[in-house]
Design a protein. Structure first.
Ligand SMILES: Nc1ncnc2c1ncn2[C@@H]1O[C@H](COP(=O)(O)OP(=O)(O)OP(=O)(O)O)[C@@H](O)[C@H]1O
Ligand SMILES: [Mg+2]
Length: 588
C-alpha cells in the first residue's frame, strides 16, 4: 500500500525501512491501542469527540502529532481532530494539507520526511485522511509503522463511513420532517384562511403567514382587482411603512408582481440587475434578499403578489420559495372567496334595503290611499241621503256600483298590505300540528253543504311559525272551493316527506287551470276571470308563494284544464333565520 510520492520532495524523504523489527513491547502496546480504538469507535459519543479521542490514543504511540481530516458534504477535506504531545514539533499546516490532499486524491498512503498520511478507505471510496508526525528526535517511520497506521485508518474509515451514512439518514429524516411540518403548516393556514370571509383579514393573515414561514424581516401582500387595491405590510419600521403607504398607488395591475410569471428569488438585490422588480419594497434600503411570488386567481389571472425581504444575503432558499408558492395558491382561493363573499354580502344588503324600501312604500301608500277612499264612500252615502227620493233608479244603481268599486279597491289595498307583510319570518318557531291547523282552517272557511274535505291524518307536526303556514292553507283551500262551481265538491289535503322537510298539497276536482296560466296565476293582481263575476283581488297565490319562499320552500301547480288542480308547496324542517329588515319593519 505504501506507494506514490511527490517527485520534487523525494530527495527530502528517506524510504521507509522495510526490515521487520522485533519489539514485543511495542507490538503489545499497538494491539492494546487497536482494542481501545475499537471500543472507542463503538461508543455513542459524537463524531468530533470520537476522532479527537482517537488522535489522543495515537499520540505518543505513533507520533508526537496526529490529525484526522474528513471529507465534507461539499467534497472538501476538513480537519476534524488534532492532537500533539507536549513540546512536540508541529508540522507546517500547508505541508500537512498538501500530503493529505494528495493521499485523498490518490487513495494511497504517502510520506515526507517524518510525516505519514494514510487514506480512510472504504468500499473503494476515500472519506478522509489520518496524518501522523514525529519530531526531529524521534525515529523515522518504518514499514510496520505505516502498516499499523493503515490498519488504524481502516477502522476509522469504517466508523466515518457509518457516521456519514447516519448523517445522510439524519439529513433525509430532517428534510422529511421539515417537509411534513411545511405541509402541516400550509394545511393549517389553508384551514384558517378558508374560515375567514373578510378580505382585509385575509390580506393581513397572508402577510403574517408568509413572513413567519420564511423568516423574512419584512413582508408585503397585496391584491388588486376591480380597480381596488388592498395590502398589508409586516415587520416594517414606522418610516418604512410610511414610505410604502406613500407609494401604495403603485400597487395596481401595472405593479411588477403582475409581470411575474413565476417566483422571483434574489440572493442579493444589490448585485441583481432585476432589482427594479422589487416594486414598492425597492426603497426599503436594508433589503438584500428578496422573494416575490405572484398570486393567481381562479381564472389564472394574477390577482396580487407576496413580496418578502431580508437584510441578510441569501436568506431565502428553494424551500422558502416552495413554501410561499404553496401559500400563494391557498391565498388565491381565500382571496377569491373573501371577495365573492363580500360581493354576495353587498348584494344581500342591497336586496334587503330594496325589499325594505318596497315594503315601506306599500305600507305608506296603502295607508294613504285608504283615507280618500273612505271619503269617497262617505260622499256617496251623503249624496244618497241628500237626494233621498229625488234620486233616480239609475243614479241609485250607479251609487251602489260606486260603493262596490270602493270596496274592491279597499280589498286590493288590503291585498297589497298583506303581500308586503307576507313572508316575514319573525315569530319564534313552535311545534305546529299541521293536521289540527288544517282542521281549524276548514272551520274558519265554513264550507257550504255538498263539500267534502279530506284531511290526511298523517299530516306532520312541525317546528315552525304557525301563522304563515295557516295563511298558505287558508288561501289554497279557499281557492279550491271558490273556483269550483259544482254543487258537489271534493278537496284533499295531504303531505309527504321530502329530503329537507315536507311537500304539502291541496287538491280539488274543479275546472283546473290550463298550462299556459301555470306561472301567471302566481303574479300580483292576476285573476283568470272577470272581477264582476267573482269578486277577488288576485293577490292570494302571490302571497302564498312569497310566504313559502321566505321559509325556504317553493310553490307550484299541477293541473290540466277540466281535470281539477293540485297546488303543491314544500316547507323545510328547519325554519330560516329572521332577517334584519323584518326587525326594522316591526318597529313601526
Ligand atoms: N283551485 C283553483 N282552481 C281554478 N282556478 C284557480 C284556483 N286557484 C286559483 N285559481 C285562479 O287563479 C287566480 C289567482 O288566484 P289568487 O288566489 O292569486 O287570487 P284570487 O283568488 O283571484 O284573489 P284573492 O285570493 O286575493 O282573493 C284566481 O283568480 C283564479 O282565477
Ligand atoms: Mg285566492
Amino acid at each position: 500500500m505504501l506507494t506514490g510520492h511527490l517527485d520534487d520532495e523525494e530527495a527530502k524523504r528517506g524510504p521507509p525501512d522495510r526490515r521487520p523489527r522485533i519489539d514485543p513491547q511495542r507490538d503489545r502496546a499497538r494491539l492494546s491501542v487497536l482494542a481501545e480504538v475499537s471500543t472507542l469507535l463503538a461508543s455513542s459519543d459524537d463524531h468530533v469527540t470520537i476522532l479527537t479521542k482517537l488522535t489522543e490514543l495515537a499520540v505518543p504511540l505513533l507520533g508526537d502529532w496526529c490529525s484526522v481530516h474528513v471529507v465534507s458534504a461539499k467534497g472538501e477535506l476538513q480537519r476534524i481532530a488534532v492532537r500533539q504531545a507536549p513540546n512536540a514539533t508541529v508540522p507546517e499546516d500547508e505541508l500537512v494539507l498538501r500530503i493529505a490532499a494528495r493521499v485523498f486524491s490518490r487513495g494511497t498512503s504517502d510520506w515526507i520526511e517524518r510525516i505519514v498520511s494514510v487514506p480512510l478507505n472504504i468500499r473503494g471510496r476515500v472519506t478522509g485522511v489520518l496524518t501522523l508526525c514525529r519530531g526531529e528526535t524521534g525515529e523515522a517511520y518504518d514499514h510496520e509503522d505505516i502498516a499499523f497506521a493503515e490498519e488504524l485508518a481502516r477502522r476509522v474509515a469504517m466508523y466515518v463511513d457509518n457516521a456519514m451514512l447516519l448523517r445522510e439518514v439524519q439529513l433525509r429524516e430532517a428534510a422529511l420532517r421539515n417537509e411534513a411540518i411545511r405541509l402541516e403548516t400550509l394545511n393549517r393556514i389553508g384551514q384558517e384562511l378558508a374560515a375567514i370571509h373578510d378580505l382585509d383579514e385575509v390580506v393581513k393573515r397572508v402577510c403574517d403567514a408568509a413572513t413567519t414561514l420564511t423568516g423574512a424581516e419584512i413582508g408585503l401582500y397585496f391584491t388588486y382587482a376591480d380597480g381596488e387595491a388592498k395590502y398589508a405590510v409586516c415587520g416594517a419600521t414606522f418610516d418604512e411603512a410610511e414610505a410604502i403607504a406613500k407609494r401604495r398607488g403603485e400597487l395596481t395591475s401595472t405593479s411588477p408582481a403582475f409581470a411575474l410569471q413565476r417566483a422571483l428569488r434574489m440572493d442579493d438585490v444589490r448585485r441583481a440587475a432585476a432589482a427594479t422588480n422589487l416594486g414598492v419594497l425597492s426603497h426599503v434600503t436594508r433589503i438584500r434578499s428578496y422573494l416575490a411570488v405572484p398570486v393567481r386567481g381562479r381564472s389564472g389571472d394574477v390577482i396580487g403578489g407576496i413580496a418578502l425581504g431580508h437584510s441578510r444575503a441569501s436568506a431565502f432558499d428553494i424551500r422558502a420559495e416552495q413554501l410561499v408558492l404553496g401559500l400563494a395558491s391557498l391565498t388565491a382561493t381565500a382571496t377569491d372567496s373573501a371577495r365573492l363573499f363580500r360581493e354576495a354580502r353587498e348584494l344581500i344588503t342591497a336586496l334587503e334595503k330594496s325589499n325594505h324600501d318596497l315594503d315601506q312604500f306599500a305600507y305608506v301608500t296603502s295607508h294613504d290611499l285608504r283615507a280618500p277612499l273612505r271619503g269617497i264612500a262617505n260622499l256617496g252615502g251623503w249624496i244618497e241621503e241628500d237626494l233621498g227620493e229625488k234620486l233616480s233608479d239609475k243614479s241609485r244603481e250607479y251609487l251602489h256600483l260606486l260603493r262596490g268599486r270602493v270596496r274592491r279597491l279597499e280589498d286590493l289595498i288590503q291585498g297589497v298590505l298583506d303581500y308586503s307583510r307576507a313572508g316575514r319570518v319573525s315569530d319564534a318557531p313552535t311545534g305546529v300540528n299541521v293536521h289540527a291547523l288544517v282542521h281549524e282552517v276548514v272551520e274558519l272557511i265554513a264550507p257550504p253543504a255538498g263539500v267534502m274535505i279530506e284531511i290526511d291524518p298523517s299530516l306532520p307536526t312541525l317546528s315552525t311559525t304557525r301563522v304563515p303556514l295557516q295563511q298558505v292553507f287558508m288561501n289554497l283551500v279557499g281557492n279550491a272551493l271558490k273556483y269550483n262551481p259544482n254543487a258537489q265538491r271534493r278537496v284533499q289535503v295531504g303531505a309527504e316527506p321530502v329530503r329537507d322537510g315536507w311537500e304539502f298539497f291541496v287538491r280539488d276536482d274543479g275546472p283546473g287551470i290550463a298550462k299556459r296560466y301555470h306561472e301567471q296565476i302566481w303574479g300580483l293582481f292576476q285573476t283568470l276571470h272577470s272581477r264582476d263575476r267573482i269578486e277577488s283581488t288576485g293577490m292570494g297565490l302571490a302571497i302564498v308563494r312569497k310566504i313559502v319562499e321566505a321559509h325556504g320552500g317553493r310553490a307550484w301547480i299541477d293541473s290540466e284544464e277540466g281535470k281539477g288542480a293540485t297546488f303543491r308547496f314544500t316547507w323545510p324542517k328547519d325554519p330560516p333565520r329572521s332577517r334584519s329588515w323584518d326587525r326594522h319593519m316591526r318597529k313601526r
